[in-house]
Design a protein around this ligand. Structure first.
Ligand code: AHR
Length: 498
């Protein structure tokens, strides 16, 4: 068995753990909203039609911030359709997903649902088919005190107090040719600047996210960020990143190493944003909003044109297995390592659509394997993120060349005396013995660990949670700190308490 060693020392602090790193995403897509979080006919629905079983699972997942209402959906959405008496709301055709939108769930329901779920709402405005005026109208509707027309409309709709939404996305994936109202970087940059300027004039307390590239393989990646930010650097607070990962052929090693791609993507966008900031002689350092990330079997999706105008159709309800959970755990390691730049991250999506939570209409709900690493990381990552100086074996992958076999990050919570180490072993074949040297930390008194390993459970785990639940794994305490065996293709959380 090969050996790796990391040093965990509070002197190597990256940044405080921002709870917004544990966000998720609810889009009007497939069954995420309808029969996902909202189903008035369900036996477990509350007085507002929110599924209580899904609310409970959302709480257990530990999500902090939820982005809404899209996604591609937002680029042809009229927010006004989703407010007011439900029987008067129009039924529309959503062009993003060729679906029928009943508008029975809109911004007021989403904010109510968010409060009930204990999460922060993050709202996107439509900069595809609409522009400055409609974005400012929505902001007034949500955040203004009573006394002007749109705020009074919110009050008349039963919400006397402002929704106080702090985090706003200026459109979605506007670089993508699939987007309704797709724009060039020049067009979008100008529109983002003008929309952002108007929105901040109305409510200076909000934070704004400009659209970065839809993914790092886009032909305009890099130049898109650069041009967009030349226009709107001063007005926005974040630039967005989106990435979805899947296994190609039988190349499981590259899939397990997806965090390498995420690391490079984050570092490239940060460098691009900093270059623009330098050119503009700005003192501001933009943060990154990784507001869509996950695993997704994109090769199985037939595309928007394969969809056929149904209400809440089943779209991309991927059944994930343990290997996907290990990848998600590895991506969370990458996000935490970059906690000094990434201020928001959203697992896309929350329910049914490539999601950790699944439901049956009128029936049960359950967790998918990707639920576990997310919930365990959200729970364990407290205090500050520590860089873990690491040494250990390397592995050759088809996609990324030679890379470290083990990737790690740690957090240290002084208040509780708890260190959490998150580790992924990207080798599908070899175990690695990981030594954790707890330099500069109080002596460890108890050590526990949970692990998910590709070899320990079937690849497609389905809804039988007992088949994939994380297993408790032995940790040895030593004078140096602790040591643990990382199984091939595994994700592990180690908890050390002083
Ligand atoms: O999450 C599914 C879709 O993926 C979103 O609507 C879009 O933003 C991205 O391309």
């Amino acid at each position: 068995m090969s050996k790796a060693r990391i040093v965990v020392d509070p002197q190597f602090t990256v940044a405080p753990v921002d709870r917004r790193l544990f966000g998720s995403f609810v889009e009007h897509m497939g069954r995420c909203v309808y029969t996902g979080i909202y189903e008035p006919e369900h036996p477990l629905a509350d007085q507002d039609g929110f599924r209580k079983d899904v609310l409970a699972l959302t709480g257990e997942l530990g999500v902090s911030t939820i982005r809404y209402p899209g996604g591609n959906f937002v680029s042809n959405y009229r927010w006004e359709d989703g407010v007011g008496p439900k029987e008067q709301r129009p039924v529309r055709r959503d062009l993003a997903w060729r679906s029928i939108e009943t508008n029975q769930f809109g911004i007021d329901e989403f904010v109510d649902w968010s409060r009930r779920a204990g999460v922060e709402p993050m709202v996107a405005v439509n900069l595809g088919t609409r522009g400055v005026a409609e974005a400012v109208d929505l902001l007034e509707y949500c955040n203004a005190d009573a006394g002007t027309a749109l705020a009074d409309q919110r009050v008349a709709n039963g919400h006397a107090e402002p929704h106080d939404v702090k985090l706003w996305c200026l459109g979605n994936e506007m670089d993508g040719p699939w987007q309704i109202g797709h724009k060039t970087a020049e067009e979008y940059g100008r529109l983002a600047q003008e929309t952002g300027k108007a929105m901040k004039r109305l409510d200076p307390s909000i934070e704004l996210v400009a659209c970065g590239s839809s993914n790092s393989k886009m032909p305009t990646f890099g130049s898109w960020e650069s041009t967009v930010l030349e226009h709107c650097y001063d007005v926005v607070d974040y630039i967005s990143l989106h990435a979805y990962y899947e296994q190609h052929g039988d190349d499981v090693a590259s899939y397990l190493a997806s965090g390498v791609d995420m690391d490079r993507f984050i570092e490239a966008v940060a460098a691009t944003a900093d270059a623009v900031g330098a050119r503009l002689q700005s003192r501001k350092r933009l943060r990154l909003s990784f507001d869509e990330w996950n695993v997704w079997f994109q090769g199985e999706f037939g595309g928007e044109d394969s969809l056929d105008w149904a209400v809440a159709p089943q779209i991309i309800e991927n059944d994930f297995g343990v290997v996907d959970a290990v990848v998600v755990g590895g991506l969370l390691v990458s996000l935490l390592k970059h906690a000094d730049r990434v201020g928001v991250a959203c697992l896309a999506q929350l329910v049914n659509v490539i999601a950790p939570i699944r439901t049956e209409p009128g029936g049960r709900s359950w967790r998918q394997p990707i639920f576990a690493p997310f919930a365990l990381t959200a729970e364990g990552a407290q205090g500050v993120v520590l860089q873990t100086a690491a040494e250990g074996p390397t592995i050759r992958t088809a996609e990324f060349g030679e890379i470290p076999t083990v990737d790690t990050v740690a957090t240290w919570d002084q208040a509780s005396g708890t260190t959490s180490v998150f580790a992924v072993n990207r080798s599908p074949e070899e175990s690695v013995r990981l030594t954790i040297a707890t330099q500069g930390l109080p002596a460890v008194r108890t050590a526990t660990a949970v692990q998910m390993a590709v070899g320990g459970a079937g690849a497609a785990a389905g809804s039988d949670e007992s088949a994939w639940s994380p297993r408790e794994t032995a940790v040895e305490l030593s004078d140096e700190g602790a040591a643990i065996e990382l199984a091939p293709g595994s994700w592990t959380r180690v908890t050390l308490v002083a």
